[in-house]
Each structure stands twice: as C-alpha cells, then as structure tokens.
Design a protein around this ligand. Structure first.
Ligand code: FES
Length: 145
C-alpha cells in the first residue's frame, strides 16, 4: 500500500526537531484527523539554510514532512514557495488516495513558516505566500490534490 520511500521516511524521518532562534515557524493542523505539523526555518538572505520539523500525526504526515524538508533545504524562498503537495507525493513515489490530504499539511506547513518569516520582517505575507488555510479543509474540497 505504501511505497518504499514512504516507509523509509516514516521509519527514518530526516530533519526532525526544532531550530533555536528560527527565522520562521509554521504550524498547521488538520481539523479532520487532529494531526499537527510544525516547521522551523533558518533563512540567510534568500536561502533556506536549515529546516526542521515536528509532526504529531499519521505515518504519511511524518513521511511527507520529512521529504518536504529535504526538498526545500538549501533552496531559495521562491523555490520553497513553489513546493506543492503534488510534488511531495511524487517525490515519495505516490501515496494512497486517502492519504493525499496528509501531503497538503506538509505544503501548508512550509508556507506557514515562510509567512511567519515575512511577518517578523514587518512584511504582509499574503501577497507573497498567498492565503493560508491554516484550518484547511482542502482535503475534502480537493483544491490542493
Ligand atoms: Fe492526519 Fe494524515 S491522517 S495528516
């Protein structure tokens, strides 16, 4: 049911933990299942130099957050803003359809952390990051899948 990559990232999640003095912290929750994902970013200029996460959630949520951290580490903010849940699912060689909503949480956690980064700079994040659905029901409306 799960790809080898999903199982690997679930069993050995990368970049788990917190960053002290993070430049941006995002937290998103899925109201349906109650799972929570927290993402910490260290940003130097335009580059995400470090990223860590903590996920209190299902295996797919852990695997998607783990691979999402790998996909944005060392990348520019612009690259990270372009990270879609679809790209996360593809990087994991797919997820069962009922678990695709877990990948939405990973995309939203990255965006939420970037929004926090901009807020700390006194910049309104909405024109850059877009409207965040921190109480996202996207899993049901399919807008992100
Ligand atoms: Fe909640 Fe996967 S079931 S994020």
């Amino acid at each position: 049911m799960y790809s080898a990559k999903v199982l690997d990232h679930f069993a050995n999640p990368r970049n788990v933990g917190e960053i002290e003095n993070a430049d941006g912290i995002g937290e998103v929750g899925n109201p349906q299942c109650g799972d929570i994902m927290k993402m910490y970013l260290k940003i130097d200029g335009d580059v995400i130099t470090d990223v860590k996460f903590k996920t209190f959630g299902c295996g797919a949520a852990i695997a998607t957050s783990s691979i999402a951290t790998e996909m944005i580490k060392g990348k520019t903010i612009t690259d990270a803003l372009g990270l879609t849940n679809r790209a996360v699912v593809e990087a994991l060689d797919g997820l069962p359809p009922v678990k695709v909503h877990c990948s939405v949480l990973a995309e939203q956690a990255v965006k939420s952390a970037l929004a926090d980064y901009y807020r700390r700079q006194g910049v309104d994040p909405e024109p850059i990051v877009g409207k965040l659905e921190e109480d996202c029901h996207a899993c049901e409306c399919g807008a992100h899948s």
